[in-house]
Design a protein around this ligand. Sequence first.
Ligand SMILES: [Zn+2]
Ligand SMILES: [Zn+2]
Length: 211
Amino acid sequence: MTDKPRAEPKRRSIAQALVKHSDPSKIVAWYCQHCGRVYKDKEDAERCPKKECTYWECETCGLECSAFQWYCSSCLETNRWVRELEKLSRAEAIRAEDYPNDRGVVYEDKWYPCLDDFIDAHEHDDSGLPVRVWATEPSEFQLTMDDVLYEPFQRWLDDVQGILESDIRGVKELAAAVEAFNAKQILTIDWQSNKAVDLAKIKKELEEHER
Ligand SMILES: [Zn+2]
Ligand SMILES: [Zn+2]
């Protein structure tokens, strides 16, 4: 994903060579001088991940982090939100006034039932209302002929040759029943889409109102 080089410890351990008893010039492995753990490579022994052997530092805040990591968990989380906000700022946007008010929105992995709820929850944030929030797309609970017929048929068939889909009877009747069933469904789930809702205008109005 990234071409960033691997993380380096701020303090390496000291690697000691393990030599062949019969031939001391022949190194068979390396061990970490602090904990004694044996490694095939010198480099790995110097990078021994045990807490007392090496010291790893977060690139952003400078606090100690886990071995082999660039960032501590808190900076990793912050960086994740920075990337998420960048993605949100680049997404295609829908104007807030064009967005249905019975439709959910998503911000920082949290779902809000509608824009008004989101605005109520965030208008007093330190930096004011966020200018963008993720839009959602409704997904209705619906069945297809694949769900009710063709997939069960293939499971039943289990690769047996000579039995044809075209010999199934009652397909038209089943399709009509599925259509009638789908027409009665009212269940929907709002899934986060790749579009944003633009709140810049609302944000401006709120700020002017406060002055
Ligand atoms: Zn060690
Ligand atoms: Zn950090």
